[in-house]
Write a protein that binds this ligand. Structure first.
Ligand code: SF4
Length: 302
């Protein structure tokens, strides 16, 4: 069906930006920084958004790559979770731990643990190198198989008892495709669809808006998995650009466009989305004016 591009102006998707888990982690981090007598650190970036992580730094919350020699301090564990053995090691240290792991990620970790205990071969649908998946794998003593796409299943020697858990930010389409292929080989596989509702809501809103606009702007950290998925969804439907901040917007993208949509990953704060909207409105108006005067040429400045 041909999409109707009749949505003039700049619109933000009905659901975009901070999700419950990220909001919770940031509130927890800010509260901890306010009341803690120690230095406050996060292990790795608290969320996948460099600008927000930088803002937190201004509140005295610094992201560490590893704990190193730090002893008397408060350490906040990120939304994506950390590997089980590392967590145990930190729990027995002198550090004061604050666990900001999203409860939905925690649920997926518990399911991996339970399946492993029940002697299931655990398959995780997700990106091998994403911190959430790296941590999930550890909950089955690193015996899990990670499947990113349907064809990866062919590389796995399937056991009799198979259980599946999903990275919380996958697309239902990819997950279902993999599950259909798996069910053909192991009809009695135990399946847990652990994609979180925040992910599904953002994907559905982005899809609906992309179908109505001539340009979609996907705002979020380049290291954010769920932002990447929003980009993939939108780019199948319309011209789509991925940016972290308003400063990356280019005037030329708006040429011949009358409707612009904005969506944002679950780690993107409202202030970044609003800045993008303000600048996108200016560039859209500029292109409209340029079109009226000189046939639509940008003046080279963004
Ligand atoms: S995207 Fe879902 S699982 Fe991830 S932090 Fe947000 S609510 Fe939690």
């Amino acid at each position: 069906m041909k999409a109707h591009r009749n949505h003039d102006g700049v619109h933000i998707a009905a659901t975009a930006g901070f999700c419950f888990g990220v909001r919770r982690a940031i509130d927890l981090a800010e509260k901890t920084a306010r009341i803690s007598k120690n230095r406050v650190y996060t292990l790795g970036p608290l969320i996948h958004n460099p600008q927000e992580v930088n803002r937190l730094k201004g509140h005295g919350i610094k992201a560490l790559e590893n704990v190193g020699k730090i002893k008397k301090a408060t350490l906040i564990l990120r939304t994506h979770g950390i590997p089980a053995a590392y967590k145990e090691k930190l729990e027995s240290s002198e550090l004061n731990l604050v666990d900001a792991t999203c409860p939905f990620v925690k649920r997926a970790q518990d399911l991996v643990k339970k399946l492993h205990k029940g002697k299931y071969q655990v398959i995780i649908v997700g990106e091998k190198t994403h911190p959430e998946v790296v941590a999930l794998v550890s909950y089955a003593n690193s015996t899990c198989c990670v499947v990113e796409k349907k064809s990866d299943l062919d590389k796995i020697k399937l056991a009799k008892k198979v259980g599946v858990v999903c990275q919380t930010t996958q697309t239902p389409e990819n997950f279902n495709e993999i599950i259909d292929a798996l069910k053909a080989k192991r009809p009695d596989a135990v399946i847990f669809n652990t994609i979180c509702m925040a992910t599904i809501d953002r994907q559905n809103s982005a899809r609906a808006l992309a179908a109505k606009t001539g340009l979609m702007l996907v705002v979020g950290g380049k290291n954010s998995g769920n932002t990447k998925r929003l980009y993939e969804i939108c780019s199948r439907l319309t011209k789509t650009m991925a940016i972290e901040t308003a400063s990356e917007l280019k005037c030329a993208w708006f040429k011949g466009v009358s409707s612009v949509g904005i969506t944002a990953g679950a780690s993107t704060p409202k202030w970044i989305i609003e800045n993008v909207k303000v600048k996108a409105e200016k560039l859209l108006a500029k292109n409209k004016a340029a079109k009226a005067v000189s046939g639509g040429k940008c003046d080279g400045r963004s």
